[in-house]
Design a binder for this molecule. Structure first.
Ligand code: XUL
Ligand code: CO
Length: 433
């Protein structure tokens, strides 16, 4: 035991009337919602990088957090793991997620970095065994080190492609060894700053080849989890190839990988792309590539990726509504890819940020389940499209322009506009919140 979280109790459900900051008001893990315990709907995961590796910097100033495990040694990495697993236990989160670079010190060579990762993976394995905490997903950080400044798979230098591919292999091995349920690819610098120095055609081909190798290796090693791509339109690169769900789907179709890869959709990235979170979730569901979510929000004024803990319950209810309509998570879950504000220095800030986020998710889930159970929204939606369920409506999509025109003339078709009833539906949604 470290003393980092000294005095902070394990967080328990106390119900909506509780006055205790260190308690859940809505997240009651075993409470059954639509036939399933809440914990199995939400499948919470904490993100190692923001909670334990981020020093609190911003573009105008450096480190604000003073953590005893900051440093480049294996001892520091082990202490970080000790504290991380203490936090997972205090919160009762069933899962965590990690990048290679936030769990192990960088070595002087690829071989040394890999050996460091393997040692920490063994250390994690012991802790997972002792605590029952599981791995939702692993991933490779192919964006922080300067070698990746011009991209990983899409780099103009084939040596960087090779280094990246080898790094992905080590991270897939680590994920497999720890029983991870997914492997994530976020193309942080897979994009470009200026077309003046960029061969976009080559870069797309390189990205497609890398993804094919990842899928091939998944099958070769017998990994049963999902390969997930996390779309993001920009930041750090000005133009990123994985702009949003629809763009990634086009890329997957191009390389014949649409049945092999699903989406990890982040709220903040959806906002950066000019969408709502629920739009991205619904798009993935309709395309059959919904996988998992990163439930961290962006500030609506700042225009960059602020990775804040979620707290907007009305928005989250609409997000979980789409998750439930997709049939819920299978291998995926709710990862808090969220960091504290840089003034939130204390150990208890880290705990309370997660407590609030988990509670808001639980409220959102309960509201979404009630909306779905009542069925009023779906009934209104079905009613709006009812014409398409008639024999004439069904026939329309598989005929041709000549026949349609003949029928329009014969029937004297003269459509009457109908209200979309948006305000009525918005009022309805508010009743569940
Ligand atoms: C960056 C981001 C990543 C991915 C994993 O914006 O969201 O942390 O979630 O690499
Ligand atoms: Co993310």
């Amino acid at each position: 035991m470290t003393d980092f979280f000294k005095g902070i109790p394990a967080i328990k459900y106390e119900g909506p009337a509780s006055d205790n900051d260190f308690a859940f008001r809505h997240y009651n893990p075993d409470e059954v919602v639509m036939g399933k315990p809440m914990k199995d709907h939400l499948r919470f995961a904490a993100a190692y990088w923001h909670s334990f590796a981020w020093p609190g910097g911003d573009p105008f100033g450096g480190q604000t957090f003073d953590r005893p495990w900051f440093g480049d040694s294996m001892d520091a990495a082990r202490m970080k793991a000790d504290v991380a697993f203490e936090m997972f236990q205090i919160l009762g989160v069933p899962y965590f997620c990690f990048h290679d670079a936030d769990v192990r010190p960088e070595g002087a060579t690829f071989a040394e970095s890999t050996a460091n990762l393997e040692a920490i993976v063994d250390y994690f394995a012991e802790k997972m065994d002792q605590t029952g905490i599981k791995l939702l997903w692993g991933t490779a950080n192919l964006f922080s080190h300067k070698r990746f400044m011009s991209g990983a798979a899409t780099n103009p230098d084939p040596d960087v492609f090779a280094y990246s591919a080898a790094t992905i292999k080590t991270c897939m091995d680590a994920t497999m060894k720890l029983g991870g349920e997914n492997y994530v690819l976020w193309g942080g610098r897979e994009g470009y700053e200026t077309l003046l120095n960029t061969d976009m055609g080559r870069e797309r081909q390189q990205a497609g080849a890398m993804l094919q190798m990842v899928v091939d290796y998944k099958h070769k090693m017998g990994f049963k989890g999902a390969i997930l791509i996390e779309p993001k339109p920009q930041e750090p690169t000005k133009h990123q190839y994985d702009y949003d769900v629809a763009t990634v789907y086009g890329f997957l179709k191009d390389f014949g990988l649409e049945d092999e890869v699903q989406m990890n959709i982040e709220q903040g990235h959806a906002i950066l792309a000019g969408h709502s979170f629920e739009h991205e979730l619904a798009m993935a569901r309709e395309l059959g590539i919904f996988g998992s979510i990163d439930m961290n929000r962006n500030d609506y004024q700042s225009g960059w990726d602020t990775d804040q803990f979620p707290n907007n319950v009305p928005e989250m209810a609409l997000a979980y509504y789409e998750v439930l309509r997709a049939g819920g998570f299978t291998t995926g879950g709710t990862n808090f890819d969220a960091k504290l504000r840089r003034q939130s220095l204390d150990a208890e800030d880290l705990i309370l940020a997660h407590v609030g986020g988990m509670d808001a998710c639980a409220s959102g889930l309960k509201a979404a389940a009630a909306m779905l159970r009542d069925g009023k929204l779906e009934a209104a939606r079905n009613d709006r499209y009812a014409g398409w369920d008639t024999a004439d409506g069904k026939a329309l999509l598989s005929t041709d322009l000549d026949s349609i025109m003949a029928k329009v003339l014969a029937d004297n078709t003269n459509p009457e506009p109908r209200s979309g009833r948006q305000e009525r539906l918005e009022n309805l949604v508010n009743r569940y919140l």
